[in-house]
Design a protein around this ligand. Structure first.
Ligand SMILES: Cc1ncc(COP(=O)(O)O)c(C=O)c1O
Length: 438
């Protein structure tokens, strides 16, 4: 609606269109969002979302923690709290991080509203328009959204099945320096990466820390999945050997429940001050209530046994997905995660996973197209498959449907290509090793 006297005001869809800050241009809704609304219907097998299977958490454990929070700590649980988070919970967070080799001071832990909020705060502290964040390619979609919302660019570094490739990191840094770009930090998800499912080896963790030190680049280590390993624990956290150059992000979302919205940052001391101020500016204090509930849960419940239960559930689902892929899509490549929630699938070169999604949803299966995980249009013939939420039976059915969609797409391409269907048919009967996903 444009009224006389205010010619620049908005457009038909949004009267405030011209008023938004420049930084909101990065906040465009994903093109596949509407499809995902359809994909949440029960008849669709969704391999798209990264929702933890919270039904594996006995509700009585949470109810008991809530009751104790109210009866023993009611007035503090219902009150504003510290902008840094509850001291009791911060002590307990140190115990959780100790499982991954981290020792830190309770003073350097900042509790946030999920680790997503910690990411937002770190971005707010460090990013000016035009800055560059280095990240794995592919990387966590909502981290990319945050970086973009601060008008920063993401430079992706290639990975293989041992995680980020140090030589590619060196080359990326050299190229960006040559271009005179301002590098602010390296964002990495070293264990059971989202979306690739791969884990950075110990040697590479050390090498990457060394490269970061040499180049004066801060490392942001995001580790929501490290405790959800299937057989052996992943290498210890990068923060376990570097308390000056690493901001570590953790969360209770995957080991307890995301609905509680509690995560944290363990930051070098100087940065911690600023993080607390930024946290206060954003939320005054993180939720006292859910912090108290988690604190009670950790004090009384056998939380390590509960993490074991989650591991068992996700291991079974991972196995179901890998077996179904082997059976239905031999000839394609995928990663083999040893923990976490995700498999990264590579389609034949000529397929476009985003273009194929409407057809997949019509066939009642959904996935996340690879381009969502790149800031530069990469990942066209890739997709992320999540095995965390659907039952093994649904996963098998989902992969069966997906294989039909891929076959249909290849046939269609074959019909329209000059070379004919045989040229584009994927090879059958060959089981490939874990993929290089660079
Ligand atoms: C890599 C990564 N970082 C951060 C988050 C955010 O988690 P939360 O805000 O629930 O702690 C997620 C959620 O899926 C994630 O996969």
């Amino acid at each position: 609606m444009t009224t006389q006297g205010s010619p620049a005001r908005g457009n038909n869809l949004d009267p405030w269109y011209h008023h938004y800050a420049d930084r909101t241009s990065g906040l465009a809704a994903s093109e596949v969002r509407a499809l995902f609304a359809v994909a949440s219907r029960p008849e669709v097998v969704s391999l798209a979302g990264g929702m933890p299977y919270v039904s594996a958490l006995p509700p009585e454990l949470v109810t008991a923690a809530m009751e104790r929070a109210m009866t023993d700590h009611g007035p503090t649980a219902l009150q504003y709290g510290s902008g840094q988070g509850s001291p009791a919970l911060r002590e307990q967070i140190l115990e959780v991080m100790a499982l991954e080799g981290i020792s830190g001071s309770v003073d350097d832990v900042v509790v946030t509203t999920g680790s997503q909020h910690a990411l937002e705060l770190v971005a707010k502290l460090f990013l000016d328009p035009g800055d560059v964040v280095i990240a794995e390619g592919p990387s966590y979609v909502t981290a990319l959204v945050v970086f973009r919302s601060f008008q920063a660019e993401v430079a992706h570094v290639a990975m293989d099945d041992l995680g980020m490739i140090p030589q590619s990191l060196r080359e990326t840094i050299a190229r960006l320096r040559e271009q005179g770009r301002r590098l602010k930090f390296l964002y990495t998800i070293p264990s059971f990466q989202n979306p690739a499912g791969v884990t950075l080896s110990w040697e590479r963790r050390m090498e990457i820390l060394e490269i970061a030190r040499e180049n004066d680049i801060l490392v942001v280590e995001d580790n929501p999945y490290g405790l959800l390993y299937f057989d052996a624990p992943p290498p210890q956290a990068m923060r376990s050997v570097d308390d000056e150059g690493v901001i570590y992000l953790g969360t209770f979302s995957k080991t307890l429940a995301p609905g509680l919205r509690v995560g944290w940052a363990l930051a070098p001391h100087a940065i911690r001050e600023k993080l607390v101020l930024a946290n206060e500016a954003a939320v005054l204090s993180p939720s006292s209530f859910t912090q108290t509930v988690i604190s009670q849960y950790l004090a009384v419940a056998d939380w390590k046994a509960q993490i074991d239960t989650f591991r068992g559930v996700y291991r079974e689902r991972r196995d179901a997905m890998l077996a179904a892929l082997g059976e239905r899509l031999p000839g394609l490549e995928w990663t083999v995660p040893t923990g976490g929630f995700y498999v990264w699938l590579t389609l034949p070169e000529n397929l476009d996973s985003k273009a194929m999604l409407p057809r997949a949803v019509k066939e009642l299966v959904a996935y996340t197209p690879g381009t969502a995980f790149y800031g530069d249009g990469g990942g066209r013939n890739k997709m992320r498959l999540s095995f965390c939420y659907p039952s093994p039976e649904f996963i098998r059915e989902g992969i069966r449907r997906l294989a039909n969609v891929i076959d249909g797409e290849l046939e269609l391409l074959g019909e329209f290509s000059q070379t004919g269907p045989l040229q584009v048919r994927r090879e059958r009967g060959v089981m490939t090793p874990p993929a290089n996903i660079g």
